[in-house]
Design a binder for this molecule. Structure first.
Ligand SMILES: O=C[C@H](O)[C@H](O)[C@H](O)COP(=O)(O)O
Length: 221
C-alpha cells in the first residue's frame, strides 16, 4: 500500500455514524472516499459535503449520499489533502484548483483532518507555488500585483487553455520559494481586488495523518 492510500484509508476510521462529513479533493483523500463508500455499503449512515465537482462525481459513483452546504447547520468533520504542511498544521492547498470550496467547507467544519504522504511535510512553506484563485476580469493586472509581492506568478493552464475552477475563476500559481510569515502573506494577498482567495489554510486542521513508508505518523495541534 502506498503512503497516500495508507493515510487516506486511516482517516476514514474517524468517521462516525450520523456525521456530516466534508469530503476533500485530490489523490490522497480519494482513498478516504473509497473507504467511506465501503463503510456506507456496510451500513454506516453519513452525509457528505463535497469540496469539488470531481469529488461530487467520485462520491456519487460510489454511493455516498451527499448534501449541499446550504442545507446543513455545520459539518462535523472534514478530511482533505494538502500540497504542503508544516508542524503548526499550516497548509498550502489548491494544487488541484479546489482551494476556494475547500476553504469554505473547512471554515464551516467543527474538525478538520489532513491526509498526506511524507513528501508534503516541510519545515518551511513555499517550495510548492502558492495557488491563488483570481477572477478573470483584469487577471493580468492582478498577476502583476502578485509579482510585486515577491513571487514568480504563472497563470495555470490545462490542455492548452486557461484552467477554470469550479467557480469559473482562474488560478495563479505563485512561486514564493519561502513563506516565513504565512498569516501576513495570506492577508496581503486577499486584500488585492481580483483575488478571491489563496491556498494558505491557517488554523483549520487539528490533526494530520501522514503516510510514512509502510507506517503512519500523526501531527497534532
Ligand atoms: O485543489 C486541490 C486540493 O487542495 C488537494 O487537496 C491538494 O492539492 C492535495 O492533493 P493530493 O492529495 O492529490 O496531493
Amino acid at each position: 500500500m502506498n503512503e497516500k492510500q495508507l493515510a487516506g484509508e486511516k482517516a476514514a476510521s474517524y468517521v462516525q455514524d450520523g456525521m456530516v462529513v466534508g469530503l476533500g479533493t485530490g489523490s490522497t483523500v480519494y482513498w478516504t472516499i473509497l473507504k467511506i463508500a465501503e463503510m456506507v455499503q456496510n451500513g454506516l449512515s453519513i452525509t457528505g459535503v463535497p469540496t469539488s465537482k470531481e469529488t461530487e462525481k467520485l462520491a456519487l459513483e460510489h454511493g455516498i449520499p451527499l448534501i449541499a452546504l446550504e442545507e446543513v447547520s455545520s459539518i462535523d468533520l472534514t478530511i482533505d489533502g494538502a500540497d504542503e504542511l508544516n508542524d503548526e498544521l499550516t497548509l498550502i492547498k489548491g494544487g488541484g484548483g479546489a482551494l476556494l470550496r475547500e476553504k469554505i467547507i473547512a471554515y464551516h467544519s467543527t474538525h478538520m483532518i489532513v491526509v498526506a504522504d511524507s513528501s508534503k511535510v516541510v519545515s518551511d512553506l513555499g517550495t510548492f507555488p502558492l495557488p491563488v484563485e483570481v477572477v478573470p476580469f483584469g487577471y493580468q493586472k492582478t498577476l502583476d500585483v502578485l509579482q510585486d509581492m515577491g513571487c514568480e506568478p504563472s497563470i495555470r493552464s490545462k490542455n492548452d487553455s486557461l484552467f477554470i475552477t469550479d467557480n469559473g475563476n482562474y488560478i495563479v500559481d505563485c512561486a514564493f520559494r519561502s513563506i516565513p510569515y504565512p498569516s501576513t502573506l495570506h492577508e496581503r494577498i486577499n486584500q488585492i481586488p481580483g483575488v478571491v482567495d489563496n491556498g494558505l489554510f491557517i488554523g483549520y486542521a487539528e490533526k494530520a495523518i501522514i503516510g510514512n513508508g509502510s507506517t503512519i505518523t500523526f501531527l497534532e495541534k
